[in-house]
Design a protein around this ligand. Structure first.
Ligand SMILES: Cc1cc2nc3c(=O)[nH]c(=O)nc-3n(C[C@H](O)[C@H](O)[C@H](O)COP(=O)(O)O)c2cc1C
Ligand code: SF4
Length: 418
């Protein structure tokens, strides 16, 4: 059995619109347990678990919690990032729709451990059902005493408000998200200072992904050391994988870290549909690398992904079969980023437009050797000099394709005079 259900254990089992059902399936037990511990002990448990953020960058969650906890300001915020705008990713929606109380329980535990009294859930505007589900769940949790003042009869207050973006991908980036919650256009800021020092309305703020928050009650329930035994040394626990593309079975699967990509595609995805051959696979989402089939024995692990100058991404695996043209796929990705670029910095704003022009030349077989050099150098410059993660990661697919599919580029080049 490849799957191991921890964060998605209740999905499809409970009625998400029934608080009683959640309580009957051990709901809010982890919050109760956390509140018998000191704040430091809760953070220590998350540290022992080795939990790393599931929103893409893989930052250690306990470190973020500790940074917020040491801030003396009594006004602190906890934000759940449910923007999920990257093509290929749909796992946060699954958790919000199917186990909404667990998101709140995770946020409340983090609030308790860090001294924050207010939480926001930032959900992309297109996610109509998750927005409605979470609004209803917040109200229900408040009525039952799991949110609001004097939670579980103790001196702990934690309120949650739902905010929604207007469908801009960059609003998932933490500073753009903060600006958006403050009512401004979603554009990043120069960092440092980091959100845990200077976040919403200038107050200390912790931002984590939906799946990260849902892991917190799991850790409290089974204990940090048991959690750390699942997965690999550098990547503990499980990961929700969004499997899409030309497969027999597409969908969301929860696996322990350390499983080879090929096993996920073959055993859970049922292999390529219509007996086609896999041509390439994109990992993580639109900002992730594109790799050839011979690399599919690589395991799903934070450290392995970093070898591609990439982060794990949010967990997408997109399978592309032999009918598709690499350059058309790359162009589609670049056009998405050109559309989503906020325009604040030159490398990303101008770079994506230039990348599109160059890729079109490869598609039309008009590219020259100089275009190949320019494409490579521009992709690297964007990666190294863009202001926020959007511009830094959007050329990852091109950088990986230049490394693993170089013959395809060479084959399209027009050599003057030949
Ligand atoms: C352009 C861009 C979009 C992002 N979108 C999301 C998103 O939709 N959800 C998310 O959790 N993180 C997103 N991130 C990452 C966040 O900035 C941040 O690292 C993350 O929410 C931290 O949570 P974690 O520590 O739980 O991973 C995005 C980053 C960038 C640069
Ligand atoms: S990298 Fe792109 S999205 Fe980020 S600040 Fe620069 S222009 Fe805006």
């Amino acid at each position: 059995m490849l799957e191991r259900k921890l964060v998605s254990a209740r999905c499809g089992v409970i009625n998400p619109m029934s608080t009683d059902d959640y309580l009957a399936h051990d709901g809010y037990k982890s919050l109760e347990k956390a509140m018998t511990l000191t704040k430091e002990a809760v953070i220590a448990e998350v540290k022992t678990a080795g939990l790393r953020g599931r929103g893409g960058a893989g930052f250690p969650t306990a470190m973020k919690m500790a940074s917020l906890a040491i801030e003396a300001d009594p006004e602190k915020y906890v934000v759940c990032n449910a923007d999920e705008g990257e093509p290929g990713n749909f796992k946060d929606r699954y958790l919000l729709e199917n186990d909404p109380h667990s998101v709140l329980e995770g946020m409340a535990i983090v609030g308790y451990a860090t001294g924050a009294t207010k939480g926001y859930i930032y959900i992309r505007g297109e996610y109509d059902l998750p927005i409605r589900t979470m609004r209803w769940t917040v109200e229900q949790a408040g009525r039952r005493g799991y949110l609001g003042r004097m939670i579980l009869g103790c001196d702990f207050t934690f309120d949650v408000e739902i905010r929604s973006g207007a469908g801009s991908y960059v609003c998932g980036e933490e500073f753009a998200l903060i600006e958006s919650i403050e009512g401004k256009p979603g554009r990043t800021r120069v960092k440092p200072p980091f959100p845990t020092q200077h976040g919403i309305f200038g107050k200390p703020t912790l931002i984590s992904n939906v799946e990260t928050f849902v892991n917190i009650p799991v850790i409290l329930a089974i204990g940090g050391s048991e959690f750390a035994k699942i997965g690999t040394k550098s990547s503990t626990g499980t990961k929700l994988i969004c499997l899409s593309g030309n497969l027999n079975h597409r969908g969301i699967f929860e696996i322990p870290f350390g499983v080879p990509i090929r096993a996920v595609i073959d055993e859970l995805g049922g292999g390529c549909a219509n007996n086609r051959k896999i041509r390439m696979v994109q990992l993580g989402g639109a900002c992730g690398p594109i790799i050839p089939p011979f690399m599919l024995d690589m395991t799903i692990d934070y450290e392995r992904f970093e070898e591609f100058e990439s982060k794990t991404g949010a967990g997408a695996i997109i399978v592309i079969d032999d009918r598709f043209d690499l350059f058309k796929i790359l162009l589609r990705i670049v056009k998405f980023f050109a559309h989503e670029s906020c325009g604040k910095c030159v490398p990303c704003r101008e770079g994506n437009a230039q990348l599109s022009i160059m890729l079109e030349k490869f598609i039309d077989r008009r590219a020259t050797p100089t275009d190949l050099l320019s494409l490579e150098s521009l992709a690297r410059v964007m990666h190294q000099t863009s202001l926020c993660g959007l511009g830094q990661t959007c050329p990852t697919s091109i950088i990986a394709a230049l490394r693993y599919f170089r013959e395809d580029f060479l084959e399209r080049i027009e050599y003057p005079g030949i």
